[in-house]
Design a protein around this ligand. Structure first.
Ligand code: AMP
Length: 194
């Protein structure tokens, strides 16, 4: 948990932190969404902040952004970099000591967050950034990109948490759900509207 406030949400997102799977052994629809997001961010002039890996959807987002001349910032713990998992072509690679430091640094560097399909690491990042927002530690927009309904179980879980009384109804407002990368990009260009 960081002890600093991230500040108020910005009117326009210039730098977006993307959380997504490190696995590439997934359906083409998810791989395509990752490439579409990378290319779209570059075209919109929005910097990509991500976990710095060359693997899976993470690598695809970064590859596509770089291919279109976008700026890409990777934040990676030294242990993962040394395991040669770091993306070799990023514009800036921030090497940190721990996973906790990485999440704090990624959050500080971005004006907003987008969650693509992913696994345990993606869920960890998602819940941390949501809980920091719930506590008022930041007020940046968080977009859940529900590609082909991948996040339906998560949406049901969150709804159940609210209806059971474990979270306030306002919790629903912490997250903005968009059904596709295209609608995410439109929201980013128009402004987050939060
Ligand atoms: P997962 O969803 O379990 O595949 O984890 C992916 C998320 O955790 C990404 O958003 C990354 O920030 C982080 N992560 C997990 N594995 C790696 C890796 N090998 N290299 C860089 N980041 C990773």
């Amino acid at each position: 948990m960081p002890d600093t406030k991230f500040g108020d949400s910005m009117p326009k997102i210039r730098s977006l932190c993307v959380y997504c799977g490190s696995s590439g052994a997934v359906a083409q629809v998810y791989r395509g969404a990752a490439s579409e997001l990378g290319a779209g961010l570059a075209e919109a002039g929005i910097e990509l902040v991500f976990g710095g890996g060359r693997v899976g959807l993470m690598g695809l987002v970064a590859d596509a952004a770089l291919a279109k001349g976008g700026r890409v910032v990777g934040v990676i713990p030294s242990r993962l970099r040394d395991a040669e998992l770091a993306h070799p072509g990023v514009s800036e690679l921030c090497v940190v000591d721990t996973m906790h430091e990485r999440k704090a640094r990624m959050a500080e560097r971005a004006d907003g967050f987008a969650i693509l399909p992913g696994g345990i690491g993606t869920l960890d990042e998602t819940f941390e950034i949501l809980s920091w927002k719930q506590l008022g530690l930041h007020d940046k927009p968080i977009f859940l990109v529900d590609v082909e309904g991948y996040w339906t179980p998560l949406r049901l879980l969150l709804e159940g948490i609210v209806t059971s009384g474990f979270a306030r109804p306002e919790t629903r407002e912490l997250l903005r759900i968009v059904p596709s990368v295209l609608e995410l990009l439109e929201a980013l260009v128009r402004g987050p509207g939060f």
